[in-house]
Design a protein around this ligand. Structure first.
Ligand SMILES: Nc1nc2c(ncn2[C@@H]2O[C@H](COP(=O)(O)OP(=O)(O)OP(=O)(O)O)[C@@H](O)[C@H]2O)c(=O)[nH]1
Ligand SMILES: [Mg+2]
Length: 218
């Protein structure tokens, strides 16, 4: 069974003091209001209403944590974050960003990767660039061009090339992967799942237990 299909609700954090202690690896979903974060989580986890999706922008105001792993074990977490750019300011207080999501994304040591949702019709906005700039360079980044069912193949690829170029210019050397994504048309799901599961896998660089066991003691 795939790790993502074990997802279940863990906790909602509406205030900084409710933040769970650092622990298993986490991947956060971020993006402007209405960019498709909650829908992407539901689709990637094959669950209809795990994360609440809505037509009303700005509905998700808290951080919502979803646990992954066998029933009695939390081996990783997915985190749905409030949309930004709602109040026409890059990282607005009104969206809960300054007190909650902003500090979380900047300081959380358990955070291994951030999936950034860009509505394919809007490409990269200044608010998105400000958010990307906010994230520590040690954290993995993946950009999903969401709702790409709105465009035909040619137009999708054209936007993808433009976004890859804009990201390379704004964040040289970070090599940010850009995936054409649609929850409705089920585009880009396997690629996205593979990248997320990669981030959540136990440290590739950590010494292998079996190898350590074969090492002479003296
Ligand atoms: N056409 C199309 N619409 C989508 C797709 N994914 C999401 N939507 C629609 O976009 C709207 C917003 O989706 P959400 O998943 O709630 O977006 P969000 O980023 O979580 O929004 P906030 O939590 O308010 O910031 C909903 O009406 C979804 O049905 C998609 O792949 N294709
Ligand atoms: Mg949402």
């Amino acid at each position: 069974m795939r790790l993502l299909s074990t997802a279940r609700f863990a906790t909602t954090v509406a205030l900084p003091r409710q933040m769970p202690p650092e622990g298993p690896p986490e991947v956060a979903f971020v993006g402007r209001s209405n960019s498709g974060k909650s829908t992407a989580i539901n689709t990637l986890c094959e669950r209809r209403r795990l994360a609440f999706a809505s037509r009303t922008p700005g509905r998700t105001q808290a951080l919502n944590f979803f646990a992954l792993g066998p029933a009695d074990t939390v081996s990783a977490l997915l985190v749905d974050t409030p949309g930004y750019g709602y109040a026409k300011v890059p990282l607005g207080v009104k969206s809960g960003w300054d007190s909650l999501a902003g500090p979380y994304l900047r300081n959380r040591r358990s955070l291994k990767g951030v999936v950034v949702m860009l509505d394919i019709r809007r490409e990269l906005t200044p608010a998105d660039a400000a958010m990307l700039d906010w994230i520590d360079p040690s954290v993995g980044l993946l950009v999903l061009l969401t709702k790409s069912d709105k465009f035909g193949h040619e137009q999708r690829q054209k936007v993808r090339r433009a976004v890859v170029a804009a990201l390379a210019a704004a964040f040289p050397g970070r090599g940010i992967e850009v995936i054409v994504f649609s929850a409705n048309a089920r585009l880009g799901l396997d690629e996205t799942r593979a990248r997320i599961e990669d981030w959540l896998a136990p440290e590739a660089s950590a010494p292998d237990a079996s190898e350590a066991g074969t090492r002479p003691l003296v």
